[in-house]
Design a protein around this ligand. Structure first.
Ligand code: WTA
Length: 661
């Protein structure tokens, strides 16, 4: 009932519902594309669902094995756990680097790295990458790390990030990357949660020309993380950094005399490759576990098909969102495909709002993959800026992380793609490992704002609250009913939480947490999260985490976080705060609370607005009704309030909001 109410309260972007335009794939794109038309898509999709053994079996030879699998998948424990390429043995890094070198592509550029400062650039060929990975791999070996151990990486978008991930994967060491924009506290939590032995970080990071310290911030907290034996620090910005004797060393000193070759370890198909923490409705962020072979094959294949990657493609994924997008479509997908990619340290607005367009022109980028929040930000700056640049190398544009409204879609299509580049609006999640719903550039006619159709191996449905299928155009809950190779295998060491979060809401089906509808042509329209998860500039955050951060401040008694629709960020963060009795509400306190959240979680979680309230709408059992607060700040219908313990507060809060806005 509560969920049904929540759903009816969801504010749907009305323009999405009335969107009627359709854009067929440009013939020049279809001609070259791996999937050339809808008939081919349909046939392949049908096979992928009806005969996964055959479909994924054909992809076994897309990677190199130490021992080839004899079993494509094992569904004996599905749902929730399907295992893929089960008895195969392989090595991730071999497939991402060595294999291409052995095929004579060692001198091909793997990464064009572009720093925050446009004059700061690096180029790494596949040969270079192997040398660097081996040097750092030898450091890990020397430190005594072995298969199954865990490392935490807190690095900015610099090549050492990729090098560390691949060095770990070379030995079956499990990496857990923490977004550089998160706080040191988040790093500490993840170290403790995963029992990591080594932390790899930097003295700091550049952001829009500013030097932001990293190591210094985490230094003291490392006294509380006994599992950490070593800290390796990359000198990135030249900040003075505290170093603990015997534990902390500099990256450049460590790798100085290391051999540029190293062995690699045999890893089982289902051994974990990485853990990535993400926000959910309850509790602290959860560690989503991805394993090796299924994830890798899905990452490489989805990258190749959806972005139509060919030998000469130059791919640029701007994901400043340091999260799953970076893992799958900056590290594993492109490198497994032996592609050339651009990796960017900075932000789209520095030194000017032309930065992305400069990068595309400079490296002759063919495929550009970014988030709607960036598109909206750049759209606001006008079309004169992109029009100053030669963007003619572009073939395909991509969008990820949140809803792209048709206005932003059209701008991206017309101004950036000059109506020649299909837009792949890709829907997926940390948990899914790779893109799940997306157009295919050479095949799918595009409808602005729709992620269109499921990728191969993916069967998506929209259900009503009672689990029956929704009718065409009826809003409901998005679920996945098939098993796919890159699906998560668990969260932390907690099978109950895994089962409850994803598989119990609609028994046996993967519940995404998103609302959606399917139109009469079979196009899926994502409508946003139905749970207490926010998307702020594409970053995923739980209301609960921000509330816990607020409540950890001595002045705060209770807090409720609600998303307010925001023209650029998607969601802005609104915080309702009840102060402890003796505390006086002041503007200075608001500032202090904002800073407090910033320090606890990171700048991205900073509330945009704080409202002090005497009381909040609650159920009779004392649960704060966030949906009502959300309706107040978004000025939508508050719905039924008769079941509240204190219905009178709603009117007061509504009036107060109207007065203050
Ligand atoms: C949202 C990001 C609309 C969605 C890859 C999902 C999207 C959450 C899209 C996962 C899209 C992602 N259109 N919404 N194309 N892509 N989302 O785990 O709400 O950081 O549940 O993974 O982002 O966020 P996550």
């Amino acid at each position: 009932m509560e969920c049904a109410e929540k759903m009816s309260e969801e504010k749907i972007i009305t323009s999405l519902l009335t969107e009627k335009r359709v854009f067929p794939p440009p013939p020049a794109i279809s001609k070259k594309a791996w999937v050339k038309n809808m008939a081919q898509y349909r046939e392949m999709w049908k096979e992928s669902i009806e005969d996964p053994d055959k479909f994924w079996g054909k992809l076994v030879d897309s990677i190199t094995w130490i021992k080839k699998p004899t079993k494509i998948w094992d569904d004996s424990k599905f749902p929730p756990i399907a295992q893929w390429f089960v008895d195969g043995k392989l090595n991730t890094t071999y497939n991402a680097i060595d294999r291409h070198i052995n095929e004579g592509k060692g001198d091909k550029v793997a990464i064009y790295w572009e720093g925050d400062d446009p004059n700061d650039t690096r180029v790494l060929t596949y040969n270079d990458l192997l040398e660097e990975v081996c040097k750092f791999g030898n450091v890990l070996l020397k430190a005594g790390l072995k298969k199954g151990d865990k490392i935490v990486i807190w690095l900015p978008m610099i090549p050492e990030l990729v090098i560390t991930m691949l060095a770990a994967a070379r030995f079956g060491i499990i990496h857990s990357v923490v977004f550089a924009g998160f706080s040191a506290g988040a790093v500490k939590d993840r170290i403790i949660d995963s029992n990591a032995r080594i932390l790899i970080t930097a003295d700091g990071t550049f952001r829009a020309g500013k030097k932001i310290p990293l190591k210094e911030k985490v230094h003291k907290l490392l006294e509380e993380t006994p599992s950490i034996e070593r800290v390796v620090v990359v000198k990135q910005v030249g900040l003075k950094t505290p170093m603990k004797e015997g534990r902390d060393t500099w990256w450049h000193d460590e790798i100085k005399n290391q051999p540029t070759e190293c062995v690699y370890e045999e890893v089982n198909a289902e051994d974990p490759l990485f853990i990535l923490y993400t926000s959910g409705t309850t509790g602290k962020p959860k560690g989503v576990i991805h394993t090796t072979a299924g994830y890798l094959i899905y990452a490489a294949y989805s990258h190749k098909i959806i972005f139509d990657i060919h030998e000469d493609s130059i791919f640029f994924c701007s994901a400043d969102i340091g999260w799953i997008t970076r893992h799958t479509y900056i590290v594993y997908g492109p490198l497994l495909n032996g592609a050339t990619e651009v990796m960017f340290e900075g932000v789209p607005s520095y030194p000017s709002f032309e930065r992305y367009w400069e990068i595309i022109e400079k490296y002759k980028v063919n495929i550009f993959y970014t988030a709607p929040t960036a598109i909206r930000l750049l759209m606001k700056e006008g079309e004169e800026l992109p029009n100053k640049h030669d963007l003619s190398s572009l073939r395909i544009l991509g969008s990820v992380g949140e809803l792209i409204n048709p206005e932003a879609w059209m701008w991206y299509y017309q101004v950036i793609g000059k109506e020649k580049c299909p837009i792949v609006d890709t829907w997926w999640q940390t948990e899914t490992g790779g893109i799940m719903i997306t157009p295919l550039p050479g095949a799918t006619p595009l409808k602005p704002g729709s992620a269109s159709r499921p990728f191969f191996g993916v069967k998506a449905e929209v259900l009503r609250d009672d689990g029956t299928p929704a009718a065409p155009n009826e809003e409901g809950y998005l679920v996945i009913t098939s098993a796919w190779p890159a699906m998560l295998r668990g969260v932390g060491q907690n099978p109950q939480r895994f089962q409850k979060t994803y598989w119990d809401r609609f028994p046996g089906k993967y519940y995404s947490g998103d609302g959606a509808k399917i139109d009469k042509d079979g196009y899926i329209w994502i409508l946003g999260r139905l749970d207490d998860v926010l998307k702020v500039s594409g970053h995923r955050m739980g209301t609960m985490e921000i509330e816990s951060a607020l409540v950890s401040h001595p002045a705060v008694a209770e807090a409720a976080i609600v998303p307010k629709e925001h023209p650029i960020k998607g969601h802005a963060i609104f915080a309702y705060v009840i102060l402890k009795k003796i505390i006086t509400p002041t503007d200075d306190l608001k500032k202090e609370l904002k800073n407090h959240v910033r320090g606890e979680i990171g700048p991205i979680a900073t509330p945009d607005e704080i409202y002090f309230a005497a009381d909040l709408p609650k159920t009779r059992s004392g649960k704060i009704m966030r949906r009502i607060l959300k309706a107040i700040v978004n000025e939508t219908d508050v719905g039924n309030i008769t079941t509240l313990a204190n219905p009178q507060i709603v009117k007061a809060l509504w009036e107060d909001y109207q007065l203050r806005k």
